[in-house]
Each structure stands twice: as C-alpha cells, then as structure tokens.
Unconditional design. Structure first.
Length: 274
C-alpha cells in the first residue's frame, strides 16, 4: 500500500497490486457529516477503507494473500463530472492469476467495505453505484452453464426478505468502445430470467441511458475500454437497496458476461428509481 507521502494518483498507479485486475466503485448521493465526529480526526475514505479491510481480513498485508491490495480512495476525483459523487474506491485483485484463478469477483465484500467506510464519515443517502467489473479474470475458469454460477450459491442470504424492502432499480452494463454487451443483451436477459434466484428480477432490456451525469465513471479510460458507449439497461426490482444486494448482483452479472464471451471490463451502473 502507498505510504503517506507516496499516495497513488487516482486511477493511474501502474505498480498497484493486482495491476490489470482493477476493481473500482463509486458511490453517489448525499453525505451528511456526523455532528459528533471529532474535527481533529483527519481519517478519510482511504483510511477507513484500509482499516475496515484489515479488520475483516480482506486486505493483502505482510505478504499474505487476501481479496485485494489497496490502491486508492477518496472523495473528489480528477475525472469526476458529477457533483453527487460521495466517495470512490480502487483496489487491485489479489486472487487473479493462473495459479489462483477467480471463480467470482469479490464485489459483495468490496461494496460492503466501501459503504461502511463512507458511513464512518457521515449519514449516507445512496442514490447510485458504479462498479467496474474485470470480467476477463473469470472467462477461463467458469463452467459454461449459467446454472453453475458461484453467486447462485449465496443468493439465499438475500431472499426471502421483507417485501417492503424491494427496490425498483435500473441496472446498466456498458462495455465502452467495444460493442460486447449489446451483442449478448438478449442472452443475458434470458439467463437472468432462468436463473434460480430472486435477488433481481428484470423487465424488458433496452439500449437506454442512465442520467448522463452518473454514466461516465470517475475513472481513467485506460483501465477499461472507455469512455462509455455501448450499453444496455435492465430495469427491474432488487431484493433490497443495499451494498450486499448490489454487490451480489455485480458478481453474478460479471459471471454471466464472462460466460457469454465478454473479456473487456464492464461498467455497471445501478440507480434507484421511484
């Protein structure tokens, strides 16, 4: 991890752990600072994410391989064009590689850790989430049948739940300059419908956009085939509007994308609708 005087510049650290397997999250909404927080406490999103990752055993430390290696995190971002950006987090995946191939992306613990770190700073009203999914790491090791997706083994934790917690959402997948996602959109929709899960139920997919202010990620295009361009939106209902449910869905969609031959990173944007 970078030292205090050697912080990684957002999105462009070539020496970060897991380079080539970047997992990135951006949280949008409003953050009301805690009135009880000590003004002398200068810990930021980076510090809290680091401490939470260590506490849960998810951070690579002293050579021990866990889920990810720390790259950077913060509030403002030089590539951000949306004033509702609250925090962003970037890590390098530690389990990628021929010797320890990934079977699923750790999007659920990653998003949970990012949200909990943000909530240390204030009360979060989350309106949208973006996740960069490095699906290339999954393509070589997944069984071809979607019913064997590792994420389906954990869907039961989120269902059944309080039906009042179900949220109407829009989920957009974007493959940037590469038309990979639109090419398999109908198949993705069919596989979502057939999957043995009730975490996300989607409606008719379309090539519609999210609000343009939350479509372009606060991330350098060199980490994926950006800028955004080829996207498909899946409206539907989510079991709950929570980092657990959103992270689970990100991992499951990454597995489906990899099974359908997508090897370029995919940007997921999730927003809550009325």
């Amino acid at each position: 991890m970078p030292g205090d005087g050697d912080r990684a510049r957002p999105g462009v650290d070539p020496n970060s752990p897991g380079n080539g397997s970047t997992l990135f999250a951006a949280l949008y909404g409003q953050l009301a600072p805690h009135p009880w927080r000590d003004p002398a406490d200068d810990r930021d999103a980076y510090a809290y994410f680091l401490q939470r990752s260590l506490a849960l055993g998810w951070l690579s430390d002293v050579g021990a391989s866990r889920l990810w290696g720390m790259n950077d995190a913060g509030h403002e971002h030089p590539f951000a064009d949306d004033t509702s950006l609250v925090t962003w987090f970037q890590v390098g995946l530690e389990l990628a590689g021929a010797d320890r191939p990934l079977t699923t992306l750790p999007t659920q613990p990653f998003l949970r850790c990012a949200t909990e770190a943000t909530q240390r700073l204030g009360t979060l009203n989350l309106s949208a989430v973006q996740l960069l999914l490095p699906v290339r790491d999954l393509a070589a090791v997944l069984a071809p049948e979607p019913a064997l997706s590792p994420s389906l083994l954990t869907a039961g934790w989120l269902t059944p739940g309080d039906p009042r917690e179900r949220a109407t959402v829009r989920i957009t997948l974007d493959s940037g300059r590469v038309p990979a996602v639109p090419a398999v959109a109908a198949t993705l929709r069919e596989q979502l419908d057939r999957a043995d899960q009730d975490v996300f139920r989607c409606g008719e997919h379309s090539r519609g956009d999210h609000d343009p202010l939350t479509t372009r990620p606060p991330l350098s295009d060199q980490f994926w085939e950006g800028p955004p361009g080829h996207r498909v939106t899946f409206p539907g209902t989510l079991a709950e509007w929570s980092p657990d449910a959103l992270g689970w869905l990100g991992g499951f969609l990454a597995e489906l994308c990899a099974r359908n031959g997508i090897t370029t990173p995919v940007l997921l944007t999730a927003s809550r609708t009325a």
